[in-house]
Write a protein that binds this ligand. Structure first.
Ligand SMILES: Nc1ncnc2c1ncn2[C@@H]1O[C@H](COP(=O)(O)OP(=O)(O)OP(=O)(O)O)[C@@H](O)[C@H]1O
Length: 269
């Protein structure tokens, strides 16, 4: 039943038989993964399993040995330079720890992708930057602040504003709530869900945060044994017979987090 519904949905990222390695070491081996338009996919796995490697390979920051990656219906290897740049503008990335440029203000950080990809007058880039700042729930006076003057939560929001600078379709978030206190993390999760609903974003979120997985992710994929071990709903995770998956989703921490009702909205689709 679920498969029929998934098949009808538009695939915005399709990874097929992806193999990535460093020297003798194979990190990902014939990995397959699809992400559907409008969903928030939570990507989990043990430390060192290769979550960041996968994200960086999809973003073409790392080379792959074999396999194909289709983003928004286009095969990166088959498009020309102009189409490649156009595709890049439809992707937003929030790297772990925010990764803002410390010598630039929030506004200038947000305007970096605009400068790189668009040819806009300064006044328009200023207006757009203020729009993004508002969109992520920051006050306008954050625009002229430097990253060192911001709290951890504000840095995450500013980095998210930069990821949204070019109005992307697909956003990659690498551990967006790491380092935030539980309230800050819950607010950030709420913001992600809100942006998905209002902007129609598709979100690929690498996370260790069980609260995020339980509260905002529509689907979960687990990386293990160099591939996607299991993907689906929380119930699929709970039913999956693997020691790491069982201890992760049924462990003490997981049990202490209230799960939403299956019919109540987010996690089960
Ligand atoms: N540039 C690189 N050169 C060599 N090995 C690398 C490189 N990048 C990553 N690796 C290795 O690939 C493996 C997967 O790393 P990765 O950072 O993707 O793990 P992860 O699942 O994101 O872990 P974590 O949850 O701790 O962030 C690790 O063994 C790492 O040492």
């Amino acid at each position: 039943m679920q498969q029929t519904r998934s098949e009808a949905r538009e695939v915005v990222l399709s990874v097929k038989d992806l193999t990535v390695g460093f020297g003798e070491k194979i990190v990902l081996d014939k990995l397959n993964l699809d992400i559907y338009r409008g969903e928030i996919l939570g990507f989990v796995g043990a430390s060192g399993a290769g979550k960041s490697v996968l994200m960086r390979t999809v973003l073409r920051l790392l080379p792959r040995r074999s396999g194909s990656i289709e983003i928004l219906g286009a095969d990166y290897d088959a498009v020309d330079e102009v189409q490649r740049i156009a595709l890049d503008t439809r992707l937003g990335v929030l790297f772990q720890h925010g990764a803002l440029f410390s010598a630039l203000t929030v506004k200038e950080n947000i305007q970096l992708p605009m400068r790189e990809y668009l040819d806009l007058p300064q006044w328009l880039m200023d207006e757009l930057a203020y729009l993004k700042i508002e969109l992520v729930g920051l006050k306008p006076d954050a625009a002229d602040k430097y990253p060192s003057e911001l709290s951890g939560g504000m840095i995450k929001r500013a980095a998210l504003a930069r990821a949204l600078a070019l109005d992307p379709d697909l956003v990659f978030l690498d551990e967006p709530t790491s380092g935030l206190d539980p309230i800050g993390a819950a607010e950030f999760d709420e913001l992600i869900a809100q942006l998905r609903d209002t902007l129609g974003l598709t979100v690929y979120m690498v996370t260790h945060d069980l609260d995020s997985l339980f509260s905002v992710c529509d689907r979960i994929a687990v990386l293990g044994q160099k591939r996607v071990l299991v993907e689906g709903t929380l119930d699929d995770m709970l039913a999956f017979d693997d020691p790491w998956v069982q201890s992760y989703f049924r462990g003490k921490r997981a049990r202490s987090i209230p799960r939403p009702e299956p019919s109540g909205g987010h996690p089960v689709k």
